[in-house]
Design a protein around this ligand. Sequence first.
Ligand SMILES: *Cc1c(COP(=O)(O)O)cnc(C)c1O
Length: 348
Amino acid sequence: MFDLQNILRPNIKNLVPYSSARDEFKGEASVYLDANENAFGSPLEQQYNRYPDPLQYQVKKRLSEIKGVPPRNIFLGNGSDEAIDILFRSFCNPGVDNVILVPPTYGMYEVSANINDIQTRKVTLTPEYQLNLEGIAEAIDKNTKLIFICSPNNPTGNSINREDIETLLANFNGLVVVDEAYINFSRQKSFIQELTEYANLVVLQTLSKAWGLAGLRVGMAFASEEIIEVMNKVKPPYNINEASQQLALQALQNIDLVNVWIKELLAERDKLVLQLKHLPFVLDIYPSDANFILVKTTDAKGIYNFLVEHGIIVRDRSKVDLCEGSLRITIGTPEENQKLLETLQLYK
Ligand SMILES: *Cc1c(COP(=O)(O)O)cnc(C)c1O
């Protein structure tokens, strides 16, 4: 049986979190002399002289309306990369515990594991880029705390079979982290709806991709109240700055525009796939549920360099296991995609 208390690090279980001035006084007052801020203001038009809300309530309230998840089940991080790091720091004992990764997948899981001195056990995806459930079951031991599943997966673009993720959720006594950075582009439904079903589920999403706010650094984790409480205790007190909170809140009012862009992007993706297929050096294009495609070519390095010479940068993934010869190409504006295509047609 999954029990969060069994996987918490002892030092985190006993941690007394930092208590900020804003934690200690939560009401409204006319004079704030409690946080050593500059009461004169900021040397800017916008005023940022006050510390931001540590728990980002306004942003969470709006996200809650959009996602259908109560604010108490939402954690906000300085990008979802911060949420990944905080999961390691909350649940994995350095030098003792391990996590399961299923490459080819997002590179930050491994970097974060290495920074935290946590062993990674890699169970490569099948040639169809799906989970090897038997391999995962064999790799799990009593010190396995987290399994990271990216769906739609980066860099392959496909979604991971839902039943397989559910099998892990139902049988693993650690946390299953489902990274949905690209879910807005997918035909699959989010795992957010399953939070009430599985106490060991953490869903990661971000404002960096479909929402067009990579520069603001706002990522989300959705999980049980118990898990979110732990993450809030471990995070830096003011991890989302005031400017990011205000701008994220504004952007979250503009969901209609984002949905228009998503539709347009998906149409562009399908168009680009059709056109790329005709190029002689393109061997295969994997079906994508994301805003990028993985294109298998005869000569990834040569094409990459040729594109760089023409001012176009794509991601060379040809050194990655199961991605031999492949380039990962983000879908751009119609003009950018056209330029990419015209340039590729010049490649010999
Ligand atoms: C881009 C990406 C992220 C990072 O998101 P941030 O919120 O910008 O930190 C997380 N996971 C995957 C799979 C990504 O591709």
